[in-house]
Design a protein around this ligand. Structure first.
Ligand code: ATP
Length: 214
């Protein structure tokens, strides 16, 4: 089967910000929104916004802009946020618990159905209504639930072994919050969300501003 061409990562990363602004416009009763208005809100070039929005297939009208409702539907559909995706989470520590309580995910169709941990003190309890199950039942549970997506919030030392177990259980998409570069087969996709590297970026920007004397 031919590989589907995925648009550039920065374009995909900008779509949720566009969506936020366009939803706001819808709330305010606007029927159309111009690419320039979106660009100004986000300090981007209008040409960039128009290029990014072309991904959705919605065409703007000269002088009017984009039809707000159709654009929201198209972005949500492109992102797959208009359908429910079940996921499991492994490692219910501080970060894992916070993610389980993050309300925004439900607007994106992400539904955490179960969590796994190896700590006997946590097993059997619930976090934000989601049951914490023993790690050694993970393979069976993931198969029974038919879940394909996992959120990984175990300590880094346990990241690869947990990943191997998840893949054995049939998981094909991993949202990796550890700082480990996971080894996975070709049929498995991984998105790494290393919070430390994001913070490193912020710190370097602070230093650069100091050097500029601001
Ligand atoms: P806490 O202090 O509550 O454990 P934490 O965020 O400091 O929180 P971490 O050491 O980062 O904890 O571990 C995150 C979670 O992952 C913990 O709940 C821990 O019990 C769990 N965990 C550790 N190893 C594994 C593993 N191999 N499989 C599943 N869960 C694991």
């Amino acid at each position: 089967m031919a590989k589907q061409k995925i648009p550039a990562t920065p374009s995909i990363r900008r779509l949720p910000s566009y969506l936020h602004i366009i939803r706001q416009a819808e709330k305010e009763g606007d029927e159309y929104i111009s690419g320039t208005v979106i660009a100004n809100e986000l300090n981007l070039e209008p040409i960039q916004v128009r290029k990014d929005l072309a991904i959705t297939g919605i065409i703007g009208k000269p002088k009017k802009g984009y039809p707000v409702h159709a654009l929201i539907t198209a972005i949500e559909h492109f992102l797959g946020w208009d359908s429910i995706r079940d996921a499991v989470l492994v490692g219910v520590g501080n970060l894992g618990s916070a993610l389980m309580g993050y309300q925004e995910f439900q607007f994106h169709g992400l539904n955490i159905v179960a969590a796994f941990d190896k700590d006997p003190k946590k097993i059997g309890s619930t976090v934000h209504g989601v049951p914490i199950l023993p790690l050694d039942t993970m393979e069976l549970q993931v198969r029974n639930l038919g879940v394909r997506m996992a959120i990984l919030t175990v300590p880094s030392v346990a990241a690869q072994e947990t990943t191997d177990l998840l893949i054995k259980a049939g998981i094909t998409a991993i949202w990796n919050f550890t700082n480990v570069k996971l080894k996975v087969p070709d049929n498995v996709v991984v998105q790494k969300e290393d919070l430390s590297s994001g913070y490193a970026m912020l710190c370097v920007m602070i230093q650069a501003k100091k050097l500029e004397g601001r």
